[in-house]
Design a binder for this molecule. Structure first.
Ligand code: HEM
Length: 218
């Protein structure tokens, strides 16, 4: 990591110092097949299932963070994804969906890190929340279009934020909140490092899905 100053505009530093890792998440074989509409429904379902496990833990952590002075500023019920993922999985796999899915090895590693960092450390919770939710509000919207093109309106509740009509305004507010937190430079560096790790853990999940790509191609 470069020694770029993080104090002036923390949100800008967070974005620029994680962007290289963003590119890696965006350009996995699996992500590209998804974006290009080359996956079959089982291939898409595999991602929805892995998302489910991660968001359950992240949103359990959010409940814990409601009592934290800093963490609570970043708990937005309007972002919560678990109800939408449950709906999507029921649509994709039927009423017995819970019995049909399990976390992959990479998801297990991601869940372990979420449990280690997001329940007692607001910076960790914020790093992981930022990496997922701002992504869902950004690139997620491109994925939604690709999924709709491939499968119609099947199981895209995950990408809908009915209580956030203006994504850009929400992201601007989230970035302003990041800039306002009174963290010293050391803590800011730790949060950025955790966001880098969050990207890497997500990329591993996607890479593992990519190992089954032959089975998942339409
Ligand atoms: C599927 C491929 C993806 C595409 C096409 C994509 C595209 C984008 C684009 C265009 C933006 C900029 C939006 C803006 O300036 O407001 C963005 C932002 C973001 N994406 Fe992605 N993305 C993808 C995958 C991911 C993944 C897998 C993650 C996380 C694991 C992620 C996390 C983020 C985050 C956190 C931001 C906000 C960065 C910031 O402004 O601070 N993206 N993405």
């Amino acid at each position: 990591m470069t020694a770029e100053p993080t104090s002036a505009q923390f949100s800008a530093a967070l974005r620029s110092l994680t962007w290289q890792d963003h590119e890696k998440a965006e350009y996995t074989d699996y992500t590209q097949a998804l974006l290009q509409g080359r996956l079959n429904l089982a291939g898409y379902t595999a991602l929805v299932a892995q998302h489910y496990f991660a968001y359950v833990v992240l949103e359990e952590a959010a409940e814990r963070m409601r009592d934290d002075a800093i963490g609570s500023l970043f708990v937005f019920d309007s972002l919560f994804r678990v109800p939408a993922l449950e709906k999507d999985l029921e649509q994709l796999l039927g009423a017995t969906w819970r019995e049909q899915i399990e976390p992959s090895a990479s998801t297990q590693e991601y869940l372990n890190r979420l449990r280690e960092t997001c329940f007692d450390w607001p910076g960790g919770f914020i790093a992981h929340s930022y990496t997922r939710y701002l992504g869902d509000l950004s690139g997620g919207q491109f994925i939604k279009k690709a999924v709709q093109k491939a499968f119609g309106d099947t199981a895209v509740a995950f990408y809908d934020f009915p209580r956030i009509p203006d994504h850009n305004a929400f992201k601007a507010r989230y970035r302003a909140l990041l800039d306002e937190v009174s963290w010293d430079d050391g803590e800011r560096q730790r949060v950025i490092a955790e966001a880098v790790l969050a990207y890497q853990l997500n990329t591993k999940v996607l890479a593992e899905l990519g190992r089954d790509l032959a089975k998942y191609l339409a």
